[in-house]
Design a protein around this ligand. Structure first.
Ligand SMILES: [Zn+2]
Length: 435
């Protein structure tokens, strides 16, 4: 899904030779990715498979060993004859990948080591919209510092952090251009988080939450590997990650997938973006809560102040209880969201012809009630009719999809540039102090 390529080969195809450092970086990445795909291999096998000279592989391996990204795993006998050869495998147990997500009412964390082993997974109810950017950044910094401490105690120092945000993100500069449901505008999130982390030298990248969720769905979700799919986040806002031909569609400025602001009802209610009748005013979680439980204040024009913010799971459980109790208002509200979900989905099918629309966040929790009316509406409005076989599927990654995708993006960054990881891994004692 990410721009995967075999760097050494593409380098050889360039008219301009790469500089020594970037060629070495590309070859290190090539060897690491090979080990990730093949498991343990001997140096000779790696040389044969990658087309690199054996001496080059030995040399690269020395650097990867020094950086703690690979380890010797005993011997491997090649065929019946010949002496046993020492095999190497991807290690990276001491290298952490920290994925974070800050959304309207929670902060989610997913920390793994380089092999994908989950070290930390957490979601904290937090009113990012009511608290404003400064206090939200302070809280994000506090949570990040604590999680880094937890990961270090588990033996891994983060080699990178990716933060998902529900809005338009200038990924190259780490700036949130606009996050309407958080009230953020032109916020240099990457720089500000680095400040919050003090002297910690960890690369920080910012990306759109729906893109990160799509990355997680594509690599490990219910429709993993489906080359044409759309994944929808079901939060207060609704974002789309659009995968076309196995690639994430980003658009000219990286701002594609803002499906929550498709204007579906010109006579409708006001959206967090200031416009009227956006799709998320029909299917966003705040819209559902407002129509199912109108006595509860929730949405873009309320601030929760200092009161503890319920985790979205808690709010979904309330809705699910209403359904189980046969509450007519709740059931009517959910069915209405289902119909609007199908109508908006049909626009996406007419545009992108996906095989699957994966619905995440709260949509997934209420999928049993949402999918039948959504699927019926979809089939009515898709111009190709049954010929465009597309079905809604509930995500099994829940509210953690974006942070999980963020962690896998960190792993990809490290695989692309292993030299970003400092050599000589720093050991830590149980209290997280350097030893
Ligand atoms: Zn809008």
């Amino acid at each position: 899904l990410t721009q995967r390529q075999s760097p050494a080969r593409s380098a050889s195809g360039l008219a301009q030779p790469l500089g020594h450092a970037s060629l070495r970086r590309a070859n290190l990445a090539l060897v690491l990715r090979h080990l990730r795909e093949e498991g343990s291999c001997s140096r000779a096998d790696i040389a044969d498979s990658t087309g690199l000279h054996r001496a080059t592989v030995s040399n690269l391996m020395a650097e990867l060993l020094e950086r703690g990204l690979v380890r010797e795993v005993g011997t491997e006998r090649a065929g019946a004859i010949g002496r046993p050869r020492r095999a190497v495998a991807l290690d990276g147990a001491h290298v952490g990948a920290l994925g974070m997500e800050i959304n309207v009412d929670y902060i989610a964390v997913h920390g793994t080591d380089l092999s994908g082993r989950v070290l930390v997974e957490r979601r904290i109810g937090f009113d990012a919209m009511g608290q404003g950017p400064d206090r939200s950044l302070a809280e994000l910094g506090r949570v990040t510092r604590r999680v880094i401490g937890d990961m270090k105690r588990a033996g891994a120092s983060p080699g990178g952090i990716v933060v998902g945000v529900p809005g338009l993100v200038d990924s190259g500069r780490g700036v949130v251009a606009l996050a309407p449901n958080l009230g953020w505008h032109g916020l240099p999130l990457a720089d500000r988080l680095r400040e919050e982390l003090g002297g910690l030298q960890v690369p920080v990248t910012v990306d759109n939450d729906a893109n990160l969720a799509a990355l997680a769905e594509y690599t490990s979700g219910v429709a993993a590997g489906t080359s044409d799919m759309v994944s929808l986040t079901g939060e207060v806002g609704v974002g789309g990650g659009i995968i076309v031909g196995g690639r994430l569609l980003r658009g000219a400025d990286g701002f594609s997938g803002e499906v929550g602001h498709l204007p579906v009802d010109p006579g409708g209610s006001r959206c967090g973006c200031g416009r009227v009748g956006c799709w998320e005013t029909k299917v966003g979680f705040a819209a559902l809560v407002r129509s199912a439980t109108p006595d509860q204040a929730y949405g873009q024009d309320t601030g929760h102040g200092a009161a503890p913010t319920p985790d979205p799971e808690e709010r979904v459980r309330e809705i699910a209880r209403g359904i189980a109790d046969g509450d007519e208002r709740t059931m009517g509200a959910v069915a209405e969201v289902g119909r609007w979900l199908g109508l908006g989905g049909s626009i996406l099918v007419n545009l992108f012809n996906p095989r699957v629309i994966v619905i995440g966040g709260y949509f997934a929790r209420l999928a049993e009630q949402l999918i039948p009316p959504a699927q019926a509406e979809l089939e009515q409005f898709v111009i190709a009719g049954p010929a465009a076989r597309c079905r809604f599927m509930a995500s099994n990654l829940g509210f953690g999809a974006a942070s999980r995708g963020a962690a896998s993006m960190v792993v990809d960054h490290i695989m692309d540039d292993p030299t970003a990881i400092g050599s000589a891994p720093v050991a830590h004692n149980i209290a997280g102090q350097r030893i």
